[in-house]
Design a protein around this ligand. Structure first.
Ligand code: GAL
Ligand code: ZN
Length: 663
């Protein structure tokens, strides 16, 4: 993959006389790629069938003079007003039956066939127009697919499509009735045409319908992207195609969405969005986002939007401190980004995002942010060439499942149980020990790892159980948790045996009772130490397993809380609660030591260590996310490439070491 730095550029917002200055300033900061046009439909197709590409051609030519290449976005996230006039039912409908109006973006239904015809015509025109332009290198489909589509779309077309989707899944209505358990509350359907989308009802919908709705919706968006991929692949076989994702955003299954892309792109905004109080995302949460992005295709990726200044729409965020933009960029590279594109080039003077700051301020004059990034790009780029395409080579993986996340959104059990946070806690347990970690899906290759953590494996299929069993029998270490094996894939409870149902052979322990800890936490003693745990408590009865942690409170005192079971050459741990970070850290540390999993840096330090591992060397990043200087003790074989072991506040350093296993 190419090593590049770039900016998201909106030449349509500026007088064309400015474009040359922009290109020159971009070149001087080290930018050699821009993304453009992903919201420019009304400039590219002035009215129905009237296309104008000259303005974009001119910009591309100016950029080319400065050796800056172009990624074009297909503008389907911003259908223009004339198109809404033409297809009024393109506007999406929410679960209360309200049509969402024109005026923002993403005001579209993904199933509307007239909309697809318009996209097909525009995207084909663009693709033909740019297929031989040597300065255009690739495409981004749409923009952050699924973003803004929460609670959408319940229009007639989507309902019909949902019914068809169900029909192709269940074949007969009797089968659907059985699999959804519609005998409950007299919900039996006679025909697929009767099935609603989950619009508001006097009370909750059937959980099986809700899960299928989320799957359908994800599939719809995946297909919407695929339909555009197909057009471009055919016309521009030499261009890459990517899409900009949003970390742990889960409306669309990202494993599916990225399957047919050449590589993943990601939008990284460490200071978060509009929430109040403003969330400065924790470094480990940022790391988890990046690890997921790399893991989707097990491949290096692009950052298509890296925060470049204070964020904000109606409410503004803090201004990044000196060093922070550089630090976050370094973190992205460390976790596997081979190209970093900043959002945006220049802060816009109008529109919803006029306070979402770019590298340049409103005035267009380079300032602190410009010079900080200029220095960073020039110092890091030569080393990126050396480790491009390389991955961390993780020995540990966490199973991340969109379907489990949806099932827990439908039934969180406890008001504070959040699947993604629960998963992130385990990621943080490895992050805290400087252990590289990948995420895998149910379809992933478990055998590549010494340790697989599969939190909250609520819905289980026979295939998954077989796969996990094979992995463990061959020597793998598997960690399972509370609420595993509870349901089948259609979101109905397992009834054939005690929990964890089909996973019982693996756990070697059954759950005899459970308690949703609504109003209290609970103590656990593990390895002679006491911890407080929350949310849930499974009471375990070991059959072949050994108890390694017990509850310490109330009627649960001395009952097993954590077990380990030897299966084949491997072992399976089970934790019957939300263990909390301290217990996760200590528990994983013991497992990691026993499994001989390597830590990149094994002394305590308030610094993140990340590696890119090439054939013969480890490129090691030390990232100081604190506002204080930090000193680290580097190993003798670490050579300093950028900066050194005395890290300034928000500073970073890059070292290289021969691989421990290289001759
Ligand atoms: C991203 C989006 C950009 C821009 C940015 C700032 O989510 O892809 O187009 O809107 O946020 O709001
Ligand atoms: Zn719709």
């Amino acid at each position: 993959m190419d090593i590049r730095f770039g900016a998201d550029y909106y030449p349509e917002h500026w007088d064309e006389k400015r474009h040359e200055t922009d290109a020159k300033l971009m070149h001087e900061i080290g930018i050699d790629v821009v993304r453009m046009a992903e919201f420019a439909w009304s400039k590219l197709e002035l009215e129905n069938g009237v296309f104008r590409f000259e303005w974009l051609d001119n910009v591309i030519n100016i950029l080319a003079n400065y050796n800056i290449r172009v990624v074009l976005g297909t503008p389907s996230a911003a259908p223009p007003a004339w198109l809404i006039d033409e297809i009024p039912d393109l506007l999406p409908v929410d679960s209360q039956g309200r049509t969402r109006g024109f005026g923002g973006r993403h005001h579209n239904c993904h199933s509307n066939s007239a909309f697809r015809e318009h996209i097909k015509r525009l995207v084909s025109k663009m693709a033909h127009h740019y297929k031989n332009n040597p300065n255009v290198i690739g495409w981004q489909i749409d923009n952050e697919l699924g973003n803004s589509h929460n609670d959408l779309c319940h229009c007639k077309s989507c309902r019909r499509r949902f019914q068809k989707w169900l029909e192709s899944k269940y074949k007969t209505i009797d089968e659907l009735n059985r699999e959804w358990g519609t005998s409950f509350w007299s919900q039996t359907y006679d025909r697929f045409e009767q099935i609603p989308t989950p619009m508001i009802t006097p009370n909750s919908h059937n959980p099986s319908l809700l899960l299928d709705w989320k799957r359908f919706h994800s599939d719809l968006i995946v297909k919407f992207q695929q339909f555009q991929i197909d057009i471009i692949r055919q016309i521009c076989p030499n261009h890459f195609i990517t899409h900009n994702l949003m970390g742990f955003f889960n409306l669309v299954d990202y494993f599916d969405l990225t399957e047919n892309l050449d590589f993943v792109s990601h939008d990284q905004y460490p200071m978060g969005f509009f929430d109040n109080p403003q969330p400065m995302k924790e470094p480990s949460v940022l790391a988890a986002d990046l690890d997921l992005m790399r893991s989707l295709k097990n491949k290096t990726f692009w950052i298509m939007e890296q925060q470049a200044g204070p964020t904000g729409w109606e409410i503004l965020g803090r201004t990044p401190k000196p060093g922070q933009l550089r630090l976050w960029s370094a973190q992205s590279v460390a976790h596997g980004a081979d190209t970093v594109v900043y959002f945006r080039w220049r802060t816009c003077a109008f529109g919803t995002e006029e306070y979402w700051h770019g590298i340049l301020p409103h005035s267009g004059n380079p300032g602190r942010r410009y010079y900080e990034l200029q220095k960073f790009i020039s110092e890091i780029k030569p080393y990126m060439e050396k480790f491009k395409d390389s991955l961390p080579e993780s020995e540990a993986a966490i199973l991340f499942s969109y379907e489990q996340s949806w099932a827990f959104e439908i039934q969180p059990h406890h008001p504070e149980l959040n699947y993604i946070d629960y998963v992130r806690n385990f990621h943080r347990g490895l992050y805290n020990q400087n252990i590289p970690v990948d995420f895998i899906s149910e379809k992933g290759d478990f055998e590549r790892y010494k340790l697989v953590i599969a939190p909250l494996l609520f819905l289980v299929s026979d295939e998954l159980v077989e796969k996990l069993t094979r992995y463990v029998v061959q020597g793998g270490i598997l960690v399972l948790t509370m609420r595993s094996g509870v349901k089948d894939m259609n979101n109905k409870c397992h009834i054939e045996s005690e929990l964890p149902g089909k996973l019982t052979e693996l756990t070697g322990a059954v759950i005899t009772d459970y308690d949703c800890l609504r109003d209290q936490d609970i103590g656990i003693r593990y390895n002679g130490k006491d911890y407080r745990c929350r949310i849930w408590c499974d009471i375990l009865k070991p059959v072949s397993a050994e108890c390694i942690g017990t509850y310490t409170d109330d009627c649960y005192r001395d009952e097993p809380a954590i077990t380990v079971n030897h299966v084949g050459n491997g072992r399976v741990y089970y934790i019957g609660t939300e263990p909390g970070q301290k217990l996760i850290d200590d528990f994983l540390s013991d497992i990691v030591n026993a499994a001989g999993i390597e830590r990149i840096y094994d002394k305590p330090a308030e610094v993140e260590f990340v590696r890119r591992r090439t054939k013969d060397a480890d490129y090691i990043f030390a990232l100081n996310h604190t506002d204080r200087p930090q000193t680290i003790a580097i190993a003798e074989n670490w050579k300093r490439l950028v900066n050194n072991e005395n890290l300034e506040p928000f500073g970073y350093a890059l070292f290289v070491a021969d691989r421990p296993d290289s001759p």
